[in-house]
Design a protein around this ligand. Structure first.
Ligand code: ADP
Length: 292
């Protein structure tokens, strides 16, 4: 199975014609609450794509926490190791304006309480085929999870988001790094994806840089880089595309498919996601990915 050590957030989205300036009040058009968090989104993507998925992390003891948990369970994700912490769940306060631009405040809430792992979490990670990690939990927990997985030969995949400088200690335990173009540039100091990939390969054995509508670039030590174009589709909402890509890639790799096969499958899945509005709601089921 796939273990995800990561965040769960409730996204609180306000739709407005124009975002307010400091000190200003504007009347918006619509409000939506949408379950999110990169960890939970990757877990849902992987579960819909047919894998056994376990979510490790924390929600709060508020109403959002209960909603986030039941949303994951509804998607088929095992939440036995998703703790309920005292206090609020993680929230993302998002203002989307008519030009599609957004401004976001993330408050970690319960996610911030996941600073270390207990014996149950460590055993679950050690028993998984694959561990998915992002950077929306405290770095201490990410480091510990990656270290436990690496020591047990469990393949580790890191989405370095939100991007931040990372210790060598973390890179040393990561098998596959999946940054988007902006994160790859920030981590490597190279804007051009091939140069960024070369630099990142000095720290991890395999890298996939996602390039939005341009597809992705795969690089591993000692082989030629491969560029996979994305299917040409009409994008309605690209939210969740990256998490769909990572979650479904993990499923394919966990089933023993080769990296090129897995990348083709994940690209199909992400292209399906961008053709529908929403993040987790637009993630495709296995039969849809296979049909595409
Ligand atoms: P993120 O959303 O994390 O910034 P990207 O924008 O790079 O990541 O998108 C992740 C993946 O989603 C891409 O590698 C691609 O496979 C797919 N994707 C994103 N945008 C499109 C699009 N407009 N058309 C087709 N596929 C897309």
């Amino acid at each position: 199975g796939i273990a995800v050590l990561g965040s769960t957030n409730m996204d609180l989205v306000a739709y407005v014609a124009r975002a307010p300036q400091p000190g200003e009040t504007v009347t918006g058009r619509e409000f939506r609450t949408v379950p999110g968090g990169k960890g939970a989104n990757q877990a849902v993507a992987a579960a819909r794509a047919g894998a056994d998925v376990m979510m490790i992390g924390a929600v709060g003891d508020d109403a959002y926490g209960a909603q986030l948990r039941s949303g994951l369970e509804h998607a088929g994700v095992d939440t036995d190791l998703l703790h309920t912490a005292e206090g609020p769940s993680g929230t993302a306060h998002i203002v989307v304006d008519d030009s599609g631009g957004n401004a976001i405040v993330v408050i970690p809430g319960a996610n911030g309480t996941v600073t270390s792992l207990g014996p149950g979490e460590m055993a679950a990670i050690a028993g998984a085929d694959l561990l998915l990690l992002q950077l929306e939990l405290p770095l201490s927990a990410v480091l510990e999870g990656a270290r436990v997985a690496h020591a047990q030969g469990v393949r580790t995949i890191l989405t370095p988001s939100p991007v931040q400088p990372l210790p060598d200690q973390l890179f040393d335990t990561i098998d596959l790094l999946i940054p988007n173009e902006h994160e790859a540039a920030a981590l490597s100091g190279h804007v051009e994806p091939h140069a960024a990939a070369d630099a990142l390969l000095r720290q991890v054995p395999e890298v996939v840089i996602t390039l939005g509508a341009k597809g992705c670039l795969y690089a591993s030590r000692g082989t030629e880089k491969i560029h996979f174009p994305a299917p040409e589709v009409t994008a309605v909402d690209t939210t969740g595309a990256g998490d769909t890509f990572v979650g479904t890639l993990a499923v394919a790799l966990g089933e023993g498919r080769s990296v090129p096969e897995a990348l083709a499958w994940a690209s199909s899945a992400a292209a399906l996601c961008v053709q529908k509005p929403g993040a987790s709601t637009s993630m495709p089921y296995r039969s849809e990915i296979d049909a595409a």
